[in-house]
Design a protein around this ligand. Structure first.
Ligand code: HEC
Ligand code: HEC
Length: 259
Protein backbone atom coordinates (compact mmCIF):
# COMPACT_ATOMS: atom_id res chain seq x y z
CA UNK A 1 0.00 0.00 0.00
CA UNK A 2 2.69 2.44 1.10
CA UNK A 3 4.62 1.43 -1.97
CA UNK A 4 1.80 2.37 -4.27
CA UNK A 5 1.53 5.72 -2.57
CA UNK A 6 5.21 6.37 -3.16
CA UNK A 7 4.85 5.54 -6.83
CA UNK A 8 1.93 7.94 -7.09
CA UNK A 9 3.92 10.73 -5.44
CA UNK A 10 6.85 10.05 -7.74
CA UNK A 11 4.57 10.20 -10.76
CA UNK A 12 3.02 13.45 -9.62
CA UNK A 13 6.41 15.01 -9.00
CA UNK A 14 7.69 14.02 -12.40
CA UNK A 15 4.50 15.39 -13.98
CA UNK A 16 5.01 18.79 -12.32
CA UNK A 17 8.68 18.75 -13.29
CA UNK A 18 7.64 18.01 -16.85
CA UNK A 19 5.06 20.79 -16.85
CA UNK A 20 7.80 23.21 -15.82
CA UNK A 21 10.05 21.77 -18.47
CA UNK A 22 7.34 22.33 -21.04
CA UNK A 23 7.23 26.05 -20.38
CA UNK A 24 10.76 27.45 -19.95
CA UNK A 25 11.14 31.20 -19.41
CA UNK A 26 12.18 33.50 -22.24
CA UNK A 27 15.57 34.13 -20.63
CA UNK A 28 16.12 30.36 -20.44
CA UNK A 29 15.13 30.00 -24.07
CA UNK A 30 17.49 32.79 -25.11
CA UNK A 31 20.39 30.83 -23.63
CA UNK A 32 19.60 27.56 -25.42
CA UNK A 33 21.97 26.82 -28.30
CA UNK A 34 19.31 24.80 -30.15
CA UNK A 35 15.56 25.30 -30.14
CA UNK A 36 12.82 23.31 -31.83
CA UNK A 37 10.59 24.98 -34.40
CA UNK A 38 7.97 26.09 -31.86
CA UNK A 39 10.38 27.63 -29.36
CA UNK A 40 12.49 29.31 -32.02
CA UNK A 41 9.29 31.00 -33.20
CA UNK A 42 8.40 31.93 -29.62
CA UNK A 43 11.79 33.63 -29.19
CA UNK A 44 11.53 35.37 -32.57
CA UNK A 45 8.01 36.55 -31.62
CA UNK A 46 9.32 37.91 -28.32
CA UNK A 47 12.07 39.79 -30.20
CA UNK A 48 9.53 41.28 -32.62
CA UNK A 49 7.28 42.43 -29.77
CA UNK A 50 10.11 44.03 -27.79
CA UNK A 51 12.16 45.36 -30.72
CA UNK A 52 9.83 45.68 -33.69
CA UNK A 53 12.07 48.37 -35.13
CA UNK A 54 14.80 45.84 -35.69
CA UNK A 55 13.01 42.52 -36.13
CA UNK A 56 9.92 43.51 -38.13
CA UNK A 57 11.13 46.70 -39.78
CA UNK A 58 9.71 45.88 -43.19
CA UNK A 59 6.15 46.13 -41.85
CA UNK A 60 6.61 48.99 -39.37
CA UNK A 61 5.98 52.60 -40.38
CA UNK A 62 6.55 54.51 -37.12
CA UNK A 63 8.97 54.63 -34.21
CA UNK A 64 7.05 52.28 -31.87
CA UNK A 65 7.58 48.72 -30.73
CA UNK A 66 4.67 46.45 -29.85
CA UNK A 67 5.87 46.65 -26.25
CA UNK A 68 5.49 50.47 -26.27
CA UNK A 69 1.81 49.70 -25.56
CA UNK A 70 1.84 45.97 -24.70
CA UNK A 71 4.01 46.70 -21.66
CA UNK A 72 6.61 44.28 -20.27
CA UNK A 73 6.67 42.34 -23.53
CA UNK A 74 2.91 41.77 -23.31
CA UNK A 75 2.91 40.31 -19.79
CA UNK A 76 1.53 43.26 -17.80
CA UNK A 77 -2.11 43.24 -16.70
CA UNK A 78 -4.15 46.34 -17.54
CA UNK A 79 -1.53 47.16 -20.17
CA UNK A 80 -2.96 45.19 -23.10
CA UNK A 81 -1.44 41.80 -22.12
CA UNK A 82 -0.95 39.34 -24.97
CA UNK A 83 -1.98 36.12 -23.17
CA UNK A 84 -5.16 36.10 -25.25
CA UNK A 85 -4.85 33.13 -27.63
CA UNK A 86 -7.94 31.54 -26.04
CA UNK A 87 -10.07 34.55 -27.05
CA UNK A 88 -9.70 33.87 -30.78
CA UNK A 89 -11.15 33.40 -33.31
CA UNK A 90 -14.00 35.79 -32.68
CA UNK A 91 -16.18 38.22 -34.59
CA UNK A 92 -15.01 41.81 -34.61
CA UNK A 93 -17.04 44.86 -35.59
CA UNK A 94 -13.95 46.80 -36.77
CA UNK A 95 -13.61 44.70 -39.91
CA UNK A 96 -16.86 42.72 -39.91
CA UNK A 97 -15.05 39.36 -39.99
CA UNK A 98 -14.31 36.41 -37.81
CA UNK A 99 -10.79 37.22 -36.66
CA UNK A 100 -8.08 34.71 -35.95
CA UNK A 101 -5.19 35.81 -33.77
CA UNK A 102 -3.13 36.20 -36.97
CA UNK A 103 -5.44 38.87 -38.38
CA UNK A 104 -5.50 40.67 -35.01
CA UNK A 105 -1.69 40.82 -35.04
CA UNK A 106 -1.59 41.99 -38.67
CA UNK A 107 -4.04 44.80 -37.87
CA UNK A 108 -1.81 46.19 -35.13
CA UNK A 109 0.92 46.46 -37.79
CA UNK A 110 -1.44 48.46 -40.02
CA UNK A 111 -2.87 50.84 -37.39
CA UNK A 112 -0.80 50.92 -34.19
CA UNK A 113 2.49 50.59 -36.04
CA UNK A 114 1.27 52.75 -38.94
CA UNK A 115 2.82 50.21 -41.27
CA UNK A 116 1.92 47.67 -43.91
CA UNK A 117 -0.34 44.71 -43.18
CA UNK A 118 1.90 41.63 -43.46
CA UNK A 119 0.54 38.64 -45.40
CA UNK A 120 -1.05 35.91 -43.25
CA UNK A 121 1.88 33.56 -43.68
CA UNK A 122 4.63 36.15 -43.06
CA UNK A 123 7.25 34.68 -40.70
CA UNK A 124 6.73 37.70 -38.40
CA UNK A 125 3.02 36.92 -38.00
CA UNK A 126 3.63 33.22 -37.35
CA UNK A 127 6.30 34.08 -34.79
CA UNK A 128 4.14 36.56 -32.87
CA UNK A 129 1.28 34.01 -32.94
CA UNK A 130 3.63 31.43 -31.39
CA UNK A 131 4.64 33.95 -28.72
CA UNK A 132 0.98 34.74 -27.97
CA UNK A 133 0.29 30.98 -27.56
CA UNK A 134 3.30 30.70 -25.26
CA UNK A 135 2.06 33.57 -23.07
CA UNK A 136 -1.43 32.03 -23.03
CA UNK A 137 -0.28 28.72 -21.54
CA UNK A 138 -2.49 27.93 -18.55
CA UNK A 139 -5.29 30.31 -19.55
CA UNK A 140 -8.75 28.81 -20.11
CA UNK A 141 -10.00 28.73 -23.73
CA UNK A 142 -12.75 31.30 -24.23
CA UNK A 143 -12.40 32.81 -20.75
CA UNK A 144 -11.29 36.41 -20.52
CA UNK A 145 -7.81 36.52 -18.87
CA UNK A 146 -7.60 38.72 -15.78
CA UNK A 147 -6.46 42.26 -16.59
CA UNK A 148 -7.12 41.92 -20.32
CA UNK A 149 -7.00 45.15 -22.31
CA UNK A 150 -7.04 48.29 -20.20
CA UNK A 151 -9.39 49.24 -17.34
CA UNK A 152 -12.67 50.86 -18.35
CA UNK A 153 -12.91 54.15 -16.49
CA UNK A 154 -16.28 54.95 -14.93
CA UNK A 155 -18.15 58.01 -16.16
CA UNK A 156 -16.65 60.93 -14.23
CA UNK A 157 -19.65 63.15 -14.99
CA UNK A 158 -17.44 65.66 -16.86
CA UNK A 159 -16.48 65.76 -20.51
CA UNK A 160 -12.78 65.24 -21.21
CA UNK A 161 -11.17 68.68 -21.27
CA UNK A 162 -8.17 68.97 -23.61
CA UNK A 163 -7.13 72.37 -22.20
CA UNK A 164 -6.69 70.85 -18.72
CA UNK A 165 -5.14 67.84 -20.45
CA UNK A 166 -2.45 70.08 -21.93
CA UNK A 167 -1.40 71.14 -18.42
CA UNK A 168 -1.32 67.52 -17.24
CA UNK A 169 0.78 66.67 -20.29
CA UNK A 170 3.31 69.45 -19.68
CA UNK A 171 3.62 68.65 -15.98
CA UNK A 172 3.53 64.84 -15.99
CA UNK A 173 4.39 63.55 -19.45
CA UNK A 174 6.54 65.98 -21.41
CA UNK A 175 9.69 65.20 -19.39
CA UNK A 176 9.75 61.75 -21.04
CA UNK A 177 7.65 62.02 -24.20
CA UNK A 178 8.86 65.53 -25.15
CA UNK A 179 7.03 68.84 -25.35
CA UNK A 180 6.12 68.14 -28.97
CA UNK A 181 5.05 64.57 -28.19
CA UNK A 182 7.94 63.43 -30.34
CA UNK A 183 9.41 60.92 -27.88
CA UNK A 184 12.82 61.15 -26.23
CA UNK A 185 15.23 58.25 -25.75
CA UNK A 186 13.29 55.16 -24.65
CA UNK A 187 10.01 57.08 -24.34
CA UNK A 188 8.14 56.63 -27.65
CA UNK A 189 6.31 59.39 -29.52
CA UNK A 190 2.68 59.94 -28.47
CA UNK A 191 1.76 62.02 -31.50
CA UNK A 192 3.30 63.24 -34.76
CA UNK A 193 4.19 61.30 -37.89
CA UNK A 194 6.19 58.66 -35.98
CA UNK A 195 3.23 57.73 -33.78
CA UNK A 196 0.22 55.40 -34.20
CA UNK A 197 -2.35 56.44 -36.83
CA UNK A 198 -5.97 57.52 -36.43
CA UNK A 199 -7.23 54.00 -37.04
CA UNK A 200 -5.39 52.60 -33.97
CA UNK A 201 -7.17 51.43 -30.80
CA UNK A 202 -5.03 53.88 -28.81
CA UNK A 203 -6.59 56.70 -30.82
CA UNK A 204 -9.86 56.14 -28.92
CA UNK A 205 -10.04 58.51 -25.94
CA UNK A 206 -11.47 55.87 -23.59
CA UNK A 207 -8.86 53.25 -24.43
CA UNK A 208 -6.04 55.78 -24.19
CA UNK A 209 -7.39 57.14 -20.90
CA UNK A 210 -7.66 53.64 -19.39
CA UNK A 211 -4.11 52.83 -20.51
CA UNK A 212 -2.71 56.15 -19.25
CA UNK A 213 -4.55 55.99 -15.92
CA UNK A 214 -3.33 52.43 -15.19
CA UNK A 215 0.24 52.81 -16.48
CA UNK A 216 1.44 56.40 -16.90
CA UNK A 217 3.60 58.22 -15.87
CA UNK A 218 5.60 55.02 -16.35
CA UNK A 219 6.29 53.48 -12.94
CA UNK A 220 3.60 55.62 -11.29
CA UNK A 221 0.41 54.06 -12.67
CA UNK A 222 -2.85 55.09 -10.98
CA UNK A 223 -1.38 58.34 -9.65
CA UNK A 224 -3.43 60.58 -11.97
CA UNK A 225 -7.11 61.08 -11.25
CA UNK A 226 -9.41 59.42 -13.78
CA UNK A 227 -10.47 62.87 -14.97
CA UNK A 228 -6.82 63.86 -15.54
CA UNK A 229 -6.31 60.66 -17.56
CA UNK A 230 -9.36 61.47 -19.72
CA UNK A 231 -8.24 65.08 -20.16
CA UNK A 232 -4.70 64.20 -21.21
CA UNK A 233 -6.03 61.47 -23.55
CA UNK A 234 -8.30 64.06 -25.18
CA UNK A 235 -5.36 66.45 -25.56
CA UNK A 236 -3.14 63.82 -27.19
CA UNK A 237 -6.03 62.79 -29.40
CA UNK A 238 -6.29 66.30 -30.90
CA UNK A 239 -2.67 66.44 -32.05
CA UNK A 240 -1.39 65.68 -35.52
CA UNK A 241 -0.76 62.03 -36.44
CA UNK A 242 -0.92 59.82 -39.56
CA UNK A 243 -4.37 59.34 -41.13
CA UNK A 244 -6.48 56.20 -40.77
CA UNK A 245 -5.41 54.11 -43.79
CA UNK A 246 -9.07 53.16 -44.34
CA UNK A 247 -9.82 56.80 -44.98
CA UNK A 248 -6.86 57.62 -47.17
CA UNK A 249 -7.58 59.64 -50.30
CA UNK A 250 -5.93 57.04 -52.48
CA UNK A 251 -8.21 54.32 -51.11
CA UNK A 252 -11.29 56.51 -51.59
CA UNK A 253 -10.21 57.21 -55.16
CA UNK A 254 -9.72 53.50 -55.83
CA UNK A 255 -13.11 52.69 -54.35
CA UNK A 256 -14.71 55.31 -56.58
CA UNK A 257 -12.94 54.07 -59.70
CA UNK A 258 -13.10 50.31 -59.20
CA UNK A 259 -16.38 48.50 -59.95
C1 HEC B 1 -0.01 52.36 -29.97
C2 HEC B 1 -0.21 51.24 -29.08
C3 HEC B 1 -0.08 49.82 -29.65
C4 HEC B 1 0.99 49.26 -30.32
C5 HEC B 1 2.30 49.93 -30.66
C6 HEC B 1 0.61 47.90 -30.63
N1 HEC B 1 -0.64 47.65 -30.16
FE1 HEC B 1 -1.61 45.86 -30.19
N2 HEC B 1 -3.22 46.71 -29.32
C7 HEC B 1 -3.32 48.03 -28.91
C8 HEC B 1 -4.65 48.28 -28.38
C9 HEC B 1 -5.14 49.61 -27.82
C10 HEC B 1 -5.34 47.05 -28.46
C11 HEC B 1 -6.75 46.73 -27.99
C12 HEC B 1 -7.78 47.67 -28.48
C13 HEC B 1 -8.43 47.28 -29.75
O1 HEC B 1 -8.75 46.09 -29.92
O2 HEC B 1 -8.65 48.17 -30.59
C14 HEC B 1 -4.41 46.10 -29.04
C15 HEC B 1 -4.71 44.76 -29.24
C16 HEC B 1 -3.80 43.81 -29.68
C17 HEC B 1 -4.05 42.39 -29.69
C18 HEC B 1 -5.33 41.73 -29.17
C19 HEC B 1 -5.34 41.76 -27.66
C20 HEC B 1 -6.60 41.25 -27.04
O3 HEC B 1 -6.83 41.54 -25.86
O4 HEC B 1 -7.35 40.55 -27.71
C21 HEC B 1 -2.93 41.79 -30.18
C22 HEC B 1 -2.70 40.30 -30.37
C23 HEC B 1 -1.99 42.84 -30.50
N3 HEC B 1 -2.55 44.06 -30.17
C24 HEC B 1 -0.74 42.64 -31.06
C25 HEC B 1 0.15 43.67 -31.33
C26 HEC B 1 1.42 43.46 -32.00
C27 HEC B 1 1.95 42.13 -32.45
C28 HEC B 1 2.01 44.69 -32.09
C29 HEC B 1 3.32 45.03 -32.75
C30 HEC B 1 3.48 44.58 -34.12
C31 HEC B 1 1.12 45.66 -31.48
N4 HEC B 1 0.00 45.01 -31.05
C32 HEC B 1 1.40 47.01 -31.34
C33 HEC B 1 -2.33 48.97 -28.97
C34 HEC B 1 -1.09 48.79 -29.57
C1 HEC C 1 9.28 58.25 -16.83
C2 HEC C 1 9.03 58.45 -18.22
C3 HEC C 1 7.58 58.54 -18.68
C4 HEC C 1 6.61 59.43 -18.25
C5 HEC C 1 6.76 60.53 -17.22
C6 HEC C 1 5.43 59.12 -19.03
N1 HEC C 1 5.67 58.08 -19.88
FE1 HEC C 1 4.35 57.32 -21.25
N2 HEC C 1 5.72 55.90 -21.75
C7 HEC C 1 7.01 55.84 -21.29
C8 HEC C 1 7.68 54.71 -21.90
C9 HEC C 1 9.14 54.32 -21.69
C10 HEC C 1 6.73 54.08 -22.70
C11 HEC C 1 6.93 52.81 -23.52
C12 HEC C 1 6.97 51.60 -22.61
C13 HEC C 1 8.05 50.63 -22.93
O1 HEC C 1 8.68 50.74 -24.00
O2 HEC C 1 8.28 49.76 -22.08
C14 HEC C 1 5.51 54.87 -22.63
C15 HEC C 1 4.34 54.61 -23.35
C16 HEC C 1 3.27 55.49 -23.44
C17 HEC C 1 2.15 55.36 -24.35
C18 HEC C 1 1.94 54.24 -25.38
C19 HEC C 1 2.94 54.29 -26.50
C20 HEC C 1 2.88 55.53 -27.34
O3 HEC C 1 3.95 56.11 -27.58
O4 HEC C 1 1.79 55.97 -27.75
C21 HEC C 1 1.32 56.41 -24.11
C22 HEC C 1 0.02 56.72 -24.84
C23 HEC C 1 1.90 57.19 -23.05
N3 HEC C 1 3.09 56.60 -22.67
C24 HEC C 1 1.34 58.32 -22.52
C25 HEC C 1 1.85 59.00 -21.41
C26 HEC C 1 1.16 60.10 -20.74
C27 HEC C 1 -0.17 60.68 -21.17
C28 HEC C 1 1.96 60.49 -19.71
C29 HEC C 1 1.67 61.54 -18.68
C30 HEC C 1 0.51 61.33 -17.87
C31 HEC C 1 3.16 59.65 -19.75
N4 HEC C 1 3.04 58.76 -20.79
C32 HEC C 1 4.22 59.81 -18.90
C33 HEC C 1 7.61 56.70 -20.40
C34 HEC C 1 6.96 57.71 -19.71
Amino acid sequence: MFHRYLILVALLLSATAHAQEEQPSISQLLQEPFLDDYYSNVVYGYEIVTDSQRHASRYVGNALNCSSCHLQAGTQKDALPLNVAGMYPKWRAKNGKRNGIGLRIRECFLYSMDGIMPPEDAPEVLAVSAYVSYLSQGEVMGAEPEGRGVPTLPDTGYDPNPASGRLVYLQQCASCHGEQGQGVGVAPPVWGLDSFNRGAGMHGIETAAGFIWANMPLGQGRSLSQQQALDVAAYINLQIRPADPRESRLLKLLEAVLP
